[in-house]
Design a protein around this ligand. Structure first.
Ligand code: SF4
Length: 225
């Protein structure tokens, strides 16, 4: 029996917008204005990161069966209420893994030896970049769906969805071969700036262009995470 069809795509550095406000947020300075020195360091780190990043995503679309306390994907079962709530009413879902690549990881490790401050900023830049990559990828898929919507992406570790599900997700996505993303015995992804997630396809979805429930003003949204 053949497995699900896994697709893969690579994005150019110019397509993924790393926003300074997001970098500040991941530095724990959200809402504050950086001083000149920090602003310059952030600018340098974004430019540096862009030269090393290799943005790749692999994904598959699966039929799903949503139950009260879990979701069956055919090739694995995801237990818990949180994902079941997020996917309520969906018959299909997109499962994906995204990474910014190994070179960006090595760049951050090298920086940590020479300048911990620089490594800290590069770390925040990497987080902002992989989140932006996921948003970009989801916007592409949403555009293909016509009348249907895409639910906000849901990752292992959110709500009561076990982090261990990352292993099944990455295995069915053949992520090591497709995009060079693997998982250690202690559940650490390599490269570290990577994300796995599930997005339900349904009649209703997330209406925000850049999915970020924390920043979104739609307070009454039924899909808020
Ligand atoms: S709260 Fe906003 S960002 Fe979150 S799911 Fe709803 S529309 Fe999307």
């Amino acid at each position: 029996m053949s497995g699900p069809v896994v697709l893969a795509a690579q994005y150019g550095a110019e397509e993924i917008i790393i926003r300074p406000a997001q970098v500040l947020r991941y530095l724990g300075m959200g809402g504050k204005q950086p001083d000149d020195q920090m602003a310059e360091l952030m600018e340098q780190c974004v430019a540096e990161f862009k030269t090393a990043a290799s943005y790749k995503v692999c994904w598959l679309t699966a039929d799903i069966s949503v139950e009260e306390v879990g979701v069956a994907f055919g090739f694995f079962y995801a237990p818990g209420k949180s994902l079941a709530h997020n996917l309520k009413g969906c018959k299909r879902a997109i499962l994906f893994a995204a990474t910014t690549g190994m070179q960006a990881e090595q760049q951050r490790r090298r920086a940590a030896v020479a300048s911990p401050a620089r490594a800290l900023v590069l770390d925040a830049v990497g987080t902002a970049a992989v989140e932006a990559l996921c948003d970009h990828f989801c916007a592409d898929r949403r555009a293909e769906l016509g009348g249907q919507g895409l639910r906000p992406r849901f990752s292992p570790g959110y709500g009561d969805l076990p982090l261990q599900l990352q292993r099944e997700l990455l295995a069915c996505l053949d992520s090591h071969r497709k995009i060079g993303l693997s998982l250690s015995a202690s559940m650490m992804m390599t490269p570290q700036k990577s994300v796995t997630a599930i997005c339900g396809i349904g009649r209703e979805g997330c209406s925000a262009v850049s999915h970020d429930c924390e920043q979104c003003e739609k307070r009454d949204c039924a899909f808020r995470l």
